[in-house]
Design a protein around this ligand. Structure first.
Ligand code: UD1
Ligand code: CA
Length: 466
């Protein structure tokens, strides 16, 4: 039997209370990943013939998120969840098979639970199986109304009477339908309800009337079905995802000293015996090897790190780090930085678009931009590569074993040859051949006894003022 999925992701998300018209609710991120992407990732392992994402409000932000894995259909006007499913008719109407419908705002669903819903649906021979959960506080969810153990309808919060509001079994917003019958039933929906919308949940009543078997499947962990309707729920769901990711890493051999203050995005990988210290954020395409000590207070975005490094209080973006380096505290890297093995880059350095060779050092307070630094180079304290003339950026090469004295300004483009020595305080704007020494600063002059003269002059001045 062919299996299809429809993700409903067109809603306005009014409860997010955003003034922006260009952002859809399902593109709000948790740990850097949009809500709807979590749903797509949970569906992907289920051997589906097609995943269809229905987008609409703020759809320009939703489309790039789902495009790679889903067929995209637009719901230009948001007339309810039933109306949203109708938008998939050109692709799915009349096809034999089973269709799972999920909401794009339920990021906690797992593939295991979705797979077990399929098993339940197939074993029970239902025409429709509804995922439900029992919630202590069911406010806001559709309530499952049963008669003699069978589901007869779902009543939305807005439409529920006092008795129905007490029902704690709620609609998780995930359903598996007989595909053909689903699209037949959608034609009979009306907007005769408190919201004036086409409710997908009204399909249940239609199925029951036709005498089809409608079943429910209560999930073990009610948390999985939490929907994100406002920003408080966004944070709650975020905490749960954060805990899941951290836990999976810890049981695989990563030490996370304080999981509450450690934020690791889905897809980040970390090798065994790496220690993540408090206040650390690992986002994007980030992969860490084994035996590293990271943090406290590191922020990484797209950072690949080898093994046995120590990186403290640092902000790294688009950076590759080798092995056995010591970086930070307070290193900042950005825009394509490659740091090779056994490097030491100490406090308050900024590095941009630069390759930093094996065994090289920059212990303190430098800016190194648009450069290639060889192996075993020493960058003295306060070195600046002046790479920008206000219009263009230029490149500098510093070859192996060069020594750059403290407080030097290297005006790009220049090449500093292998083993060259730059005297402290130099301003370099010409190439320095290998093994040469360059000194480019005013020669020092000492004026004998003149310090005293200056001092006396200053004293008489202040006395005159009085
Ligand atoms: C919905 C269910 C409710 C269930 C809850 C679970 C309906 C009528 N109600 O309520 O029974 O307990 O989910 O989380 O389905 N959407 C569209 N187009 C629209 C309207 C909505 O694509 O015109 C999408 C939204 O983007 C969202 C999903 O449908 O992903 C559900 O809509 P939402 O407004 O969040 O419904 P709930 O009130 O949460
Ligand atoms: Ca919702």
């Amino acid at each position: 039997m062919d299996k299809y999925a429809i993700i409903l992701a067109a809603g306005k998300g009014s409860r997010m209370k955003s003034k922006r018209e260009d952002i859809s609710k399902v593109s709000f991120p948790i740990l850097g990943q949009p809500l709807v992407k979590y749903v797509v990732e949970a569906l992907k392992p289920l051997f589906l013939k097609e995943i269809i994402a229905v987008i609409g409000f703020g759809g320009a932000t939703s489309e790039p998120i789902v495009k790679a894995d889903c067929k995209v259909v637009w719901q230009r006007e948001q007339k309810g969840s039933g109306h949203a499913v109708m938008m998939a008719a050109p692709i799915l109407e009349g096809k034999e098979g089973e269709t799972i419908v999920c909401c794009g705002d339920t990021p906690l669903l797992t593939s295991e639970t979705l797979a077990s819903l399929f098993v339940e649906h197939e074993n029970s021979k239902n025409a429709l199986t509804i995922m439900t959960s029992i919630l202590e506080d069911p406010f806001g969810y559709g309530r499952i109304v049963k008669k003699g153990g069978n589901v007869i309808k779902i009543v939305e919060q807005k439409d529920a009477d006092e008795k129905e509001k007490e029902i704690q079994e709620v609609n998780a917003g995930v359903y598996i339908f007989d595909n053909k019958e689903l699209f037949k039933a959608l034609k009979h929906l009306t907007t005769n309800n408190a919201a004036g919308e086409y409710y997908l949940t009204d399909v249940i009543g239609i199925f029951v009337k036709k005498g089809f078997k409608v079943g429910s499947f209560a999930v073990k962990d009610a948390k999985e079905t939490y929907g994100v309707n406002d920003r408080y729920q966004l944070a709650l769901a975020g905490k749960i995802i954060q805990n899941r990711i951290n836990k999976a890493l810890m049981v695989s051999g990563v030490t996370i000293e304080d999981p509450d203050t450690t934020y690791i995005a889905p897809g980040v990988t970390i090798g065994q015996d790496t220690i993540i210290r408090p206040g650390t954020f690992l986002f994007g395409n980030t992969h860490l090897g084994e035996g590293n000590l990271i943090g406290p207070n590191c922020y990484f975005q797209n950072v690949v790190v080898g093994n046995n490094n120590e990186i403290i209080y640092s902000h790294l973006v688009d950076t590759k780090v080798g092995n056995a380096t010591i970086l930070g505290p307070y290193l900042r890297t950005r825009k394509n930085v490659i740091i090779h093995d056994r490097v030491h880059i100490g406090n308050f350095n900024e590095i941009k678009n630069t390759e930093f060779g094996e065994g090289s050092k920059a212990a303190h307070l430098s800016y190194l931009g648009d450069s290639a630094i060889g192996n075993d180079v020493n960058i003295g304290c306060g070195t600046i590569i002046a790479n920008y003339d206000g219009i263009n950026k230029f490149h500098t090469d510093i070859k192996d074993k060069a020594f750059i004295g403290s407080g030097s300004t290297i005006i790009s483009p220049v090449i500093i040859g292998e083993g060259a020595f730059i005297a402290a305080g130099s301003t370099i704007n010409k190439n320095v051949p290998a093994d040469d020494m360059a000194i480019a600063r005013q020669r020092q002059e000492n004026k004998k006894g003149y310090a005293k003269v200056l001092h006396e002059k200053a004293l008489t001045k202040t006395q005159l003022k009085k």
